[in-house]
Design a protein around this ligand. Structure first.
Ligand SMILES: Cc1ncc(COP(=O)(O)O)c(C=O)c1O
Length: 400
């Protein structure tokens, strides 16, 4: 079949669906990136993106995927042989660790079971033990996209403070930015790493570093080689609304539009919508009789849910069936989770009926793939979505 009618259901945990308004905003002639029209665009997006990171400080926008922004965070603040503490929350934490190792950093990876987030108590204990204060940075992933576990970043910050340790605090928000509450300044994060293709509802291709004054001071001393990623060069050009290289102009048109959409909905509403869709998804999974990978309800991710298939039942078979029959893409189980989980991305440009369409596709797929389940998940999600808006808003308010 060369044409499939209807829209493709892209329900992987990023890249996410790009709204028509954003697509249209990008379908414009590329302009002179050293001219006045670009300058106005540059200033607007550099200002606007700070609201999403909740920071008054600069946010660097790279033409890069998230991995580039990971590397940028490290090379701009650290020196060869520096010791960094990372936490094995899942596949993406492990990939960040590998970048750090390749850069010549000494990485201590706190082991994890891929079902829990960062343990603030363990971080505190390790930092207290580090009397010589050799650890230069603590690097964690806020929302582990491979597992659907969201770590509690304010508690990790408190752990570092309680240990009275000067390590930089770096956080990957690639699958939480614009979908789960996050506050770079208030939580005293030194470098926040982000990317365009998830909560921001943009195509892949932009990476972000939000930076604190402490991170800037570290930057002045840091000796890892850096060229393309060098914050100093970018910050100097950004002062005038420009970049030291050819920027991803059309993605920046898209960013301007995506920021307008997020502003129009209002960030608290965006977060409440994600929390509500996540709860509906979990209710569906429980009604199917399938386990949720995240073991701690306080760490449930609002942007993705990883659902376990029963032993002996391959999650990839389900994924293949729903793609073939219903034009629905679900997230694959990564690394050691291959075949054991499927991941439902419920982030970005999504409403109740897009979620229910997704859950209906999963429910039919479970039957077609012969995976034992009770066919009651969609119904459970519908019952929840009918009536729980006020309750979720209260819950979000209570936590914030
Ligand atoms: C939490 C997290 N960190 C980092 C990355 C890597 O980003 P990229 O694939 O854009 O390089 C991803 C990608 O999905 C991610 O989910």
């Amino acid at each position: 079949m060369s044409y499939r009618a209807g829209r493709h259901f892209l329900q992987i945990p990023g890249p996410t669906n790009v709204p028509d308004r954003v697509l249209r905003a990008m379908a414009r002639p590329t302009i002179d990136h050293r001219g006045p029209e670009f300058q106005a665009l540059g200033r607007e997006v550099m200002d606007g993106i700070r609201i999403i990171f909740r920071t008054e400080r600069p946010v660097i926008i790279y033409p890069a995927s998230g991995s580039g922004a990971w590397e940028a965070a490290l090379v701009n603040t650290l020196s060869p042989g520096d010791r960094v503490l990372m936490v094995e929350t899942g596949h993406f934490a492990t990939l960040w660790q590998q970048i750090a190792l390749k850069l010549g950093l000494v990485v201590e990876l706190m082991p994890g079971d891929w079902r829990h987030g960062v343990d603030p108590g363990a971080v505190e204990a390790r930092l207290i033990e580090d009397r010589a204060q050799d650890i230069r940075a603590v690097c964690v992933v806020h929302n582990e996209t491979s597992t659907g576990v969201a770590s509690q970043i304010p508690l990790v910050r408190r752990a570092i403070d309680r240990a009275r340790h000067p390590a930089l605090f770096m956080v990957d928000t690639i699958s939480s930015l614009g979908s789960i509450d996050y506050r770079h300044d208030e939580w005293s994060v030194d470098v926040t790493v982000g990317a365009s293709q998830k909560g921001l509802m943009l195509p892949p291709g932009l990476g972000f570093n939000a930076i604190s004054d402490t991170a800037l001071a570290a930057h002045a001393q840091a000796a890892l080689p850096r060229a393309y990623w060098d914050w100093s060069a970018v910050l100097a050009a950004n002062e005038q609304g420009f970049f030291p290289y050819t920027p991803a102009t059309n993605l920046l048109y898209g960013l301007r539009e995506a920021l307008a959409l997020l502003r129009a909905e209002g960030l608290p509403n965006v977060f409440a919508r994600h929390a509500r869709h996540a709860e509906a998804t979990r209710r569906a999974a429980r009604a199917w009789g399938l386990a949720i990978l995240c073991a701690n309800p306080d760490e449930y991710s609002a942007s993705i849910t990883a659902v376990m298939t029963p032993p002996g039942h391959d999650a990839d078979r389900l994924r293949a069936v729903v793609l073939d029959r219903f034009d629905l893409s679900l997230g694959v189980g990564l690394a050691k989770l291959a075949g054991a989980v499927f991941r439902i991305g419920h982030l970005g440009d999504l409403n109740d009926l897009s979620l229910l369409g997704t859950l209906a596709g999963v429910e039919m797929g479970l039957a077609l793939a012969g995976i034992p389940h009770a066919p009651r998940g969609v119904d459970a999600a519908m019952r929840y979505l009918e009536g729980e808006r006020a309750a979720v808003l209260n819950e979000i308010g209570g936590r914030g």
